[in-house]
Ligand binder design. Structure first.
Ligand code: TYM
Length: 332
């Protein structure tokens, strides 16, 4: 049976980008078609300056939101990365497989390390090795598919390289996974700066729709989205990035095609109104279910406990096999 693994990092409140780029396909497609695991990757949140209480709070919130969005514990495994030791156990072996040059070439490392330096802080070593831990997340479960947004495609590509290299050196151990991107909205852009990605850890929040934004707040953010200097609604990511972003958001929410939708609008205002309506409609049930789940934290704890147990069971044999293959003496 196909195995699917994906994860989300608790570094901020979940955004519309996370939802359209990843979570929605986990809910609507992945959990129904395969053995699927979805992980709140809390160790990844420690790679930049962090507040311990906030990471803890956001980890619980992310798990609650994944369930609110529609992941069903009877159909898939939802768990927290730090609850399953196999991730870090395997990560070290993959550090012994990867090169530092490969790590330094990662786009996210270049961007994030530059940001950390500009802020006057040091760059944590774990930021450099981040993609190795991500590879361990995926390879520990012998995942065939990794449903992600566009910004994670390079990391999945690296994961494939490491799996192939390890298998060639030490014998077949890992499944070589592939990234699966959504057809539309694989890269939702910031509403105020449509040339950069809508990211949950950005400090400037006016261009970011959070899943838990009050409906009126989300509506305002969309109505105030930066559009482009023309007045005609065309789908052109280069020439009209703001309008293209709104068309993609609308298309992703309604199941249409951005280029076709463009032809049905005579003004930016009408496009914004419809995009806002569509987003509110999409998020309403998630917000409602989230409120219900918050009233029952024991349920979320139980789901995560069971999820970690199941994840451990699945990961242990592969990670043990990797330890043996690489030449480590098994405990007697
Ligand atoms: P993270 O937490 O940044 O994002 C979670 C998922 O949401 C997608 N995404 C977006 N998609 C479209 N438009 C956007 N603006 C947008 N912003 C985020 C991401 O592509 C991702 O699919 N390194 C990963 C977490 C991770 C992981 C893994 C993912 C760790 N281990 C193993 C898959 C498999 C990350 O930081 O995602």
């Amino acid at each position: 049976m196909t195995r699917i693994f994906s994860g989300i990092k608790p570094t901020g409140h979940l955004t519309l980008g996370n939802y359209l780029g990843a979570v929605r396909q986990w809910v609507e497609v992945d959990q129904h078609k395969a053995e699927a695991l979805f992980c709140v990757v809390d160790l990844h949140a420690l790679t930049v300056d962090h507040d311990p209480a906030r990471v803890r709070r956001l980890s619980r919130q992310a798990a609650t939101l994944l369930l609110a969005a529609g992941l069903e514990p009877a159909r898939c495994t939802v768990f927290v990365q730090s609850h399953v030791d196999e991730h870090t156990r395997l990560s070290y072996l993959l550090e012994c497989t990867a090169s530092d040059g490969e790590m330094r070439r990662m786009i996210q490392y270049k961007e994030k390390s530059a940001r950390e330096r500009a802020a006057g802080g040091g760059v944590r070593l774990s930021l450099l090795t981040y993609p190795v831990l991500m590879a361990a997340d995926i390879l520990a479960y012998s995942a065939d598919e990794v449903p992600v947004g566009d910004d994670q495609a390079q990391h999945v590509e690296l994961t494939r390289d490491l799996a192939v290299r390890f298998n060639q050196r030490y014998g077949h151990t890992f499944t070589v996974p592939k990234a699966v991107l959504p057809a539309v909205a694989a890269r939702v852009m910031d509403l105020q700066d449509p040339t950069s990605k809508m990211g949950k850890s950005h400090a400037e929040t006016a261009g970011i729709i959070y899943l838990l934004d009050e409906p009126e707040v989300a509506r305002k953010k969309i109505m105030r989205a930066v559009t482009d200097s023309g007045s005609e609604v065309v789908y052109d990511r280069e020439a009209q990035p703001g309008v293209a972003n709104l068309l993609e958001i609308l298309a992703a929410c309604t199941g249409g095609k951005p280029a076709e939708l463009a032809g049905t609008y005579a003004s930016y205002g009408a496009l914004k109104r419809d995009a806002a309506e569509a987003v509110l409609e999409l998020l309403r049930p998630v917000r409602e279910r989230h409120a219900e789940l918050c009233a029952d934290p024991g349920y979320v704890d139980a789901v995560l406990r069971e999820g970690a147990g199941r994840a451990r069971e699945l990961a242990r044999p592969t990670v043990d096999a990797a330890y043996a293959a690489i030449g480590l003496l098994p405990p007697a």
